[in-house]
Design a protein around this ligand. Structure first.
Ligand SMILES: Cc1ncc(COP(=O)(O)O)c(C=O)c1O
Length: 369
């Protein structure tokens, strides 16, 4: 039986062509593809600046270091998300303050945010879960009112649009947000391992680049004037990313086809609920989340998919269930993330899926869901 992977990169001759060029140039660490990749990403998404990093986790760490957040500062986060950004917050001695997710969109519930803001709050980290999008307009209003930083993790929704604007990209004239994405092999655009940061703010851009490279001021004299590290993505991997960016229309087309297929098949099914999507959004998803009636059903569907060599993913766990994150007692009321964590399954959404794969997946979900 052919295995259906949860995720696969969409690679062909063009990645080989550009990586060969990078190898032939002998510039395999720094090199011309780094700038070419970043420029093309900026032009494609209409961001003033892009900064590549060696993975998504470090993209966020670099943002936190650049914003100079201090031990004890609080950051608002969703109560259910991929763990990587939460670990970076904890690693710097910052405090993640979770906000419960909405039961229909599976995203941080913007109506609950303001209650959690106090004088220690410095930023809101929006993590757009499972290819969906959070209520970003409400969150932007809160950020403006309370004068906070807005950071958006678009790893699972890269290339999605809301009101015809790429998610995570501020309007040209606005400095309001910094966003980032992982470019891991499972993501819509990939470099294998990698990350990318988007900002419209020139000062932040310059600082991101400096801290990415050990805080360097003048490399010809080994002069450094900021604490930094090595967060660089290599020329080899940027050449792969550069090739990927020429294919975004094809990737979008394929993902939209899969999305439409799942939606049509699940539309009239009582046993399967799909994620709420705002009307004016056009989502390019990392995976396709479905909500089943209860834990027994979700476990059964997962087992049956696996038995048929189809790899799906479970939901992320509610942050309050993880002892090592040590969420303060005052913030432990996460009814929806506790409810959803046992019911959501994430179906494959990658660009190499064929119609017969999709029909097979749907057949099993319908039979056991
Ligand atoms: C939402 C989200 N944030 C951050 C990361 C971390 O990125 P990386 O694995 O590239 O470090 C991932 C996934 O890998 C993710 O899905």
């Amino acid at each position: 039986m052919k295995k259906i992977n949860f995720a696969e990169p969409f690679l062909n001759k063009s990645e080989k062509k550009y990586i060969n060029q990078a190898i032939n140039s002998k510039w395999i660490s720094k090199g011309l593809f780094v700038e070419k990749f970043e420029k093309k990403f900026s032009n494609t998404l209409k961001s003033n600046f892009s900064v590549s990093t060696n993975n998504g986790t470090n993209a966020f760490l670099l943002i936190l270091l650049t914003l100079q957040l201090k031990r004890g500062d609080e950051i608002i986060v969703p109560s259910m998300c991929y763990i990587s950004p939460i670990h970076m917050i904890k690693m710097l001695g910052l405090i993640p303050i979770p906000v419960d997710v909405d039961v229909n969109s599976f995203q941080m519930d913007s109506k609950l945010i303001e209650k959690k803001i106090n004088s220690k709050t410095k930023a809101i980290l929006v993590i757009h879960n499972f290819g969906g999008i959070s209520n970003i307009e409400n969150i932007e209003n809160i950020v403006k009112k309370k004068k906070l930083h807005l950071i958006e993790d678009v790893s699972e929704t890269l290339l999605s649009k809301y009101k015809n604007q790429y998610v995570g990209i501020a309007k040209k004239e606005s400095n309001l947000k910094i966003s980032f994405s992982s470019l891991h092999a499972t993501k819509t655009i990939t470099t294998g391992e990698g990350g990318i940061i988007f900002t419209n703010n020139k000062i932040i851009y310059k600082n991101l680049k400096k801290i990415r490279d050990h805080g360097i001021k003048d490399s010809s004299k080994y002069i450094f004037d900021k604490i930094g590290g090595n967060f660089r993505l290599s020329n080899l991997l940027c050449s792969i990313g550069y090739a990927q960016l020429f294919k975004i229309n094809e990737i979008k087309k394929r993902k939209l086809f899969i999305d439409k297929f799942y939606k049509k098949e699940f539309k009239n099914l009582k046993s399967v609920k799909m994620q709420y999507e705002p009307k004016e959004s056009k989502l390019i998803k990392w995976g396709f989340p479905i909500k089943l009636k209860n834990k027994i059903k979700a476990d059964l569907v997962k087992r049956k998919l696996n038995f048929n060599s189809i790899i799906c993913r479970p939901c992320f766990r509610s942050l309050d269930t993880m002892k090592h994150i040590n969420i303060s007692k005052n913030h432990r009321s996460f009814f929806n993330s506790r409810f959803l964590q046992d019911r959501i399954l994430i179906l494959p959404m990658h660009s190499n899926l064929k119609l017969k794969d999709l029909k097979f997946i749907v057949k099993i979900v319908k039979k056991y869901g």
